[in-house]
Design a protein around this ligand. Structure first.
Ligand code: CAA
Length: 392
């Protein structure tokens, strides 16, 4: 299996293996040919790009971490983030639709039995099937332990009641990993995780939510009303849900973070091109330090963000467990904030044209904002980092 030339024994190297370079080139080509031409249309119309997702699945750019035993590629986290950067460079709305399966598969990979993995992850390998990750609720976003959805044991089943909010791909998914409380008084220790087929009676995708950016990703509100799931669908033991959710986010945050790097990289490339061509006062605006220094800072901060993502993924691939938590949050916080800054500066560099929908940078700025919010806000990443510093 390809691994980064991290030089565990001999020192540090930032080189990629030939396989990793090929994988990254494949993802860039896919983003350029399949995603970019449709990005504006899917953004404008809030179109879930079913056909592009199917093509990504066909060429092997989806679900790249799933186990070989199930027919998957079982690529390391590092290789996954090489793919994620390029797909999000193409369009982060479409990139998120493709990548969100990582969140749905995470809890099953972490806590599912072999049988549960075969049942729920096997179909993801065979076809472009989507799953979704049901953590957030209307009243419990950053505060996961405040989840109010309940799962009450009745014989061999659980009965789930409650609501989930801002669930990526919910309207197109075949199952949700739903986090619900089996003991409301126990806070984080009362949460459990269940795989719930989306066609279960009582489960309703209530409404598709109209977003500022990443508009081609379906984001929906979901209601559970006396939804009966077999106890066999519970992942891990009762009370394991909080840790399963946190471990999943530790694994997925570097991929989300690097998606922000992809968006920033796209804004940077457009800015370089534009500042070379745009002439004011008789010279390309790149000749003006007020402009070229903005672009120089973009390049520097994107590189720093990318390296943090690479390091976080590398930590995960080395099996550093909880030690990787802080690095995932470093990567997510810095990359999201960098994407926001870079895309805002790109709009500035483009001036009046940048603010217009006929130029691509306004979409990148809208898309970037979501990276500071989903999978843990930039403030929550700081909270995680501070906890890891003071209470390791
Ligand atoms: N791995 C394993 N265990 C962990 C852990 C981790 N990364 N983080 C915490 N834990 C453990 C703690 O050690 C503690 O265990 P003990 O009780 O045994 O000591 C327990 O879990 C509780 O931890 P905390 O006291 O730190 O919990 P908290 O209530 O203070 O919350 C938090 C911590 C970091 C704020 C957490 O609630 C959090 O991550 N919030 C953000 C949620 C989030 O990212 N939501 C995104 C939703 S998904 C999404 O947006 C995706 C999408 O659709 C695109």
């Amino acid at each position: 299996m390809a691994t980064v030339e991290s030089g565990v024994a001999t020192g540090v190297s930032f080189g990629l293996t030939d396989e990793q370079r090929e994988l990254r080139a494949l993802a860039r080509e896919f983003a350029e040919k399949e995603i970019r031409p449709r990005a504006a249309e899917c953004d404008e119309g809030q179109i879930h790009a079913t056909d592009i997702i199917a093509k990504a699945h066909e060429v092997g750019l989806m679900n790249v971490h799933l186990p070989v035993a199930l027919g998957g590629l079982e690529l390391p986290c590092f290789d996954g983030i090489l793919v994620a950067e390029e797909l999000n460079w193409g369009c982060s709305g479409i990139g998120t639709s493709i990548g969100a399966n990582g969140l749905a598969a995470g809890p099953i990979l972490i806590a599912g039995s072999k049988e549960q993995q075969r049942q729920w992850l096997g179909p993801l390998i065979e076809a472009p099937v989507l799953g979704c990750f049901g953590l957030t609720e209307p009243g419990a976003g950053s505060d996961v332990s405040g989840i109010q959805t309940t799962a009450v044991r009745k014989g061999d089943d659980y009965v789930i009641n409650g609501s989930k909010m801002f669930i990526s791909n919910a309207g197109h998914a075949s199952f949700m990993v739903c986090f619900a409380s089996t003991d409301l008084g126990a806070g984080s220790k009362g949460l459990s995780a269940f795989v719930v087929p989306m066609d279960t009676e009582g489960l309703v995708v209530e409404r598709h939510l109209d977003k500022m950016g990443q508009r081609s990703t379906d984001t929906s509100a979901v209601a559970f009303s006396d939804v009966v799931v077999p106890a066999a669908n519970r992942l891990g033991a009762e009370g394991d849900g909080f840790k399963i959710a946190m471990q999943t986010l530790d694994f997925t945050r570097p991929a989300t973070a690097v998606g922000a790097v992809g968006v920033a990289q796209a804004a940077f490339e457009l800015s370089v091109e534009y500042t070379r061509e745009r002439v004011q006062f008789g010279l390309p605006i790149a000749m003006n330090q007020g402009v070229s220094f903005l672009v120089a800072d973009m390049a520097t901060e994107i590189e720093a963000a990318r390296l943090l993502c690479w390091q976080a993924a590398w930590m995960i691939d080395q099996g550093r467990g909880r030690k990787a938590t802080k690095y995932s949050s470093f990567a997510k916080r810095f990359s999201a904030d960098t994407a926001m800054k870079v895309t805002t500066d790109a709009v500035q560099v483009f001036g009046g044209y940048g603010y217009m929908k006929e130029y691509p940078v306004e979409k990148l700025m809208r898309d970037a904002k979501l990276f500071q919010i989903y999978e843990g806000t930039s403030q929550i990443q700081r909270l995680v980092i501070a906890k890891e510093i003071y209470l390791p």
